[in-house]
Write a protein that binds this ligand. Structure first.
Ligand code: C2E
Ligand code: CA
Ligand code: CA
Ligand code: CA
Length: 278
């Protein structure tokens, strides 16, 4: 709750509408969720186009509330970011994802990467790199099996971002640029930052088989990425036609409902790890 007298007074203004109260209620619920660890990670496979192997999984958070409802990230991540609650949530995600990947490796399944989404607040914390090192140490996961997904909306400070990414490279974790092409400075990112992988946003992939311009854009992104020595993952791939087009363009890996929606760890293990083929 706000502390200043002015804000206290505002609570009784008629303009303090329903939505502000809802927001506060939601913020409280979110803080309780942190205390109770009401989070679950789902895992969505990334399939290597040439081999058909699972080369990685993206960890995607769900909030399972006290009533057992599964709440998708779009309904709580924005508020978590505004309030800073994303920091403890993000720490939980990182640790859980690394632990899970290590468990799978220890069970003898083929090695793969686990990709974790970062938010601006996490990335900007002064001890961010150190916290990554600590999680790797605590879980025993090899750094190259952890991938951090960043977006260009995360930071505006080029020098700071470059510094942090260099540090992460030194540790040996992989960096991918998420939602590539949706921002205003995607090319600046490629030019300035040490990253390993581009994830082409679903908004470009969606219409590649019907929109000539989208098809061309995706083709150019793949070729540009390869010229820069980066791998390309296409996101939100839903149809066989899209897979075929992306294969022709030389896209390295595919993530999307065509192969699988995000699965619980148990479902993922059954479907992708316990059987030899996909
Ligand atoms: P994102 O990082 O772009 O993740 C991809 C989203 O697309 C996921 O939604 C995934 O379920 C969905 N998706 C995957 N394949 C397909 C497809 O073929 N078709 C369509 N229509 N959608 C597909 P989800 O899980 O609801 O996550 C939404 C966003 O929430 C993520 O977008 C990411 O920005 C954020 N998010 C998820 N988990 C975390 C987390 O642990 N930390 C942070 N900071 N953000 C997260
Ligand atoms: Ca992502
Ligand atoms: Ca994305
Ligand atoms: Ca997105």
């Amino acid at each position: 709750a706000k502390e200043s007298g002015r804000n206290h007074y505002l609570l009784y203004e008629p303009s303090m509408d329903q939505s502000s109260h809802e927001r506060m209620a939601k913020e409280n619920a979110l803080r309780k969720a942190v205390e109770r660890n009401e989070w679950v990670l789902h895992y969505q496979p990334q399939i290597h186009v040439e081999s058909g192997d699972v080369i990685g999984v993206e960890a995607l958070i769900r909030w399972v509330d006290a009533e057992g409802r599964s709440i998708p990230p779009k309904d709580f991540i924005p508020l978590a970011e505004e309030t800073g609650i994303i920091v403890p949530i993000g720490e939980w995600v990182l640790k859980e994802a690394c632990m899970q990947n290590k468990r799978w490796q220890d069970a003898g399944y083929p090695r793969m990467r686990v990709a974790v989404n970062l938010s601006a607040a996490q990335f900007s914390k002064s001890n961010f790199t150190q916290s990554i090192e600590e999680v790797l140490k605590a879980t025993g996961l090899d750094p190259e099996c952890l991938e951090l997904e960043i977006t260009e909306t995360m930071t505006t400070d080029v020098e700071k971002t470059r510094y942090i990414l260099n540090e992460l490279n030194r540790i040996g974790v992989q960096i991918s640029m998420d939602d590539f092409g949706t921002g205003y400075s995607s090319l600046n990112y490629l030019k300035n930052f040490p990253i390993h992988r581009l994830k082409i946003d679903r908004s470009f992939v969606k219409d590649i088989t019907t929109e000539e311009s989208d098809a061309r854009i995706v083709g150019v992104i793949v070729s540009m990425a390869h010229h820069l020595g980066l791998d390309v993952v296409a996101e939100g791939v839903e149809t066989e036609e899209q897979v075929e087009f992306l294969r022709q363009q030389g896209c390295d890996a595919i993530q999307g409902y065509y192969y699988s929606s995000p699965l619980t760890a148990e479902q993922f293990e059954k479907k992708y790890l316990q059987s030899n083929s996909i």
